[in-house]
Ligand binder design. Structure first.
Ligand code: NAD
Length: 321
């Protein structure tokens, strides 16, 4: 199916304008697109307009893209009108599988078959959501992280009946409009980011449940510890840096045996030769020719800036109160 190139898109649809849908609307307005929105709750239009007004200074601080204008928001009163002028609709209605299945069947029947329907679902596989659709090939997950008008990451994944060209197009579209995209070939429950977040969260719950440490210490251990580094590079390259200039291979040689220690309730997989090589090759790909020393220099300089930003902000706030 011939589709517009992402750069030629003029408008995007928003289905459901609550916490996430409203934030998506703000994001796309900032990107210089027309935003067409629909929500069936009474007063939704006024709430969204007021929210965009409030968010605008933040969007300005993030940097408005050419053509960005809050007056480019239009609220419509039917699914048909929502699908009439846009190549993609981002669905952000409550996390209820049955309700999403019914809504996807309704919107699928109401709008032209070339319009892509993307879901913000936090964890339902598209294979389940698309079950009642006549044109499931145009449905895809695009899972954002809250708040999507600020946090730039999203994961794009199709279901069993999604056309691969739809996954490719959606990934290009979100990448073009301000997102860092992980395009997933496999439909994994919880996708990537929530799976990782949840592993940490579950361990935190175990530690509190067993009176092993306080909520405060758990939060401190991340906010003043690895969390600072994760804002710069993810968990894999940060572990690689624990190997110094020898990177991932040295870290695995050095710390691989400690995977057998009972440090978490989540069991580590066997560190097979295949896993070892995949990790080393994967980090080489991320490095893209840079040295570990360069990466560590960037980490350290950014850590200093992040710490300074946090300190300045807290000092400014305490002076204000
Ligand atoms: N809140 C988060 O942190 C977060 C983060 C990432 C993804 N998500 C996902 O985003 C989706 C939306 O979550 P939320 O927190 O924005 O929920 P929300 O309750 O804040 O908003 C849902 C909106 O959908 C509207 N709605 C419900 N049924 C509708 C229908 N049939 N047609 C049109 N509008 C309808 C409601 O009126 C409401 O405004 C969920 O799938 C959730 O899992 C949420």
């Amino acid at each position: 199916m011939a589709r517009l190139a992402a750069s030629e898109v003029k408008a995007v649809g928003i289905l459901g304008t609550g916490v996430i849908g409203g934030s998506w609307a703000a994001h796309f307005l900032r990107q210089g697109l027309d935003v067409v929105a629909f929500d069936l709750a009474p007063g939704a239009e006024a709430r969204l307009t007021e929210r965009i007004e409030k968010l605008w200074p933040t969007l300005e601080a993030l940097g408005l893209k050419p053509g960005a204008d809050k007056s480019r928001l239009e609220f419509v009163d039917s699914l048909e009108a929502l699908g009439a002028k846009v190549p993609l609709i981002q669905e952000s209605t409550p996390e209820d599988l049955q309700a999403k299945q019914t809504l996807f069947a309704e919107i699928d029947a109401a709008i032209p078959e070339d319009v892509i329907i993307a879901s913000s679902t936090s964890g339902f596989p598209m294979t389940d959501i698309q079950k009642l659709c006549k044109h499931p090939e145009r449905t895809v997950v695009c899972h954002p992280f809250t708040p999507p008008h600020i946090v730039p990451f999203c994961e794009v994944a199709g279901g069993q009946k999604t056309a691969p060209e739809v996954v490719d197009w959606a990934a290009d579209f979100f990448q073009h409009y301000g997102k860092e995209v992980a395009k997933m070939d496999k439909e994994l429950p919880g996708f990537i980011g929530n799976r990782l977040q949840d592993a940490l969260w579950r361990e935190a719950l175990h530690m509190v449940a067993n009176n092993e440490c306080s909520v405060e210490d758990i939060d401190k251990s991340i906010a003043y510890g690895p969390g600072l580094r994760w804002a710069i590079f993810g968990p894999c390259m940060n572990m690689a840096m624990c190997g110094g200039e020898g990177g991932m291979a040295r870290m695995l040689d050095h710390f691989g045996p400690s995977l057998k220690e009972p440090w978490t309730r989540l069991e580590a997989p066997e560190l097979t030769e295949q896993l070892y090589n995949d990790l080393v090759e994967g980090s080489d790909q991320v490095l893209g020719g840079r040295s570990m020393a360069e990466l560590m220099e960037e980490r350290d300089e950014l850590l200093v800036r992040i710490l300074k930003t946090i300190e300045d902000y807290r000092q400014e706030k305490s002076l204000q109160t």
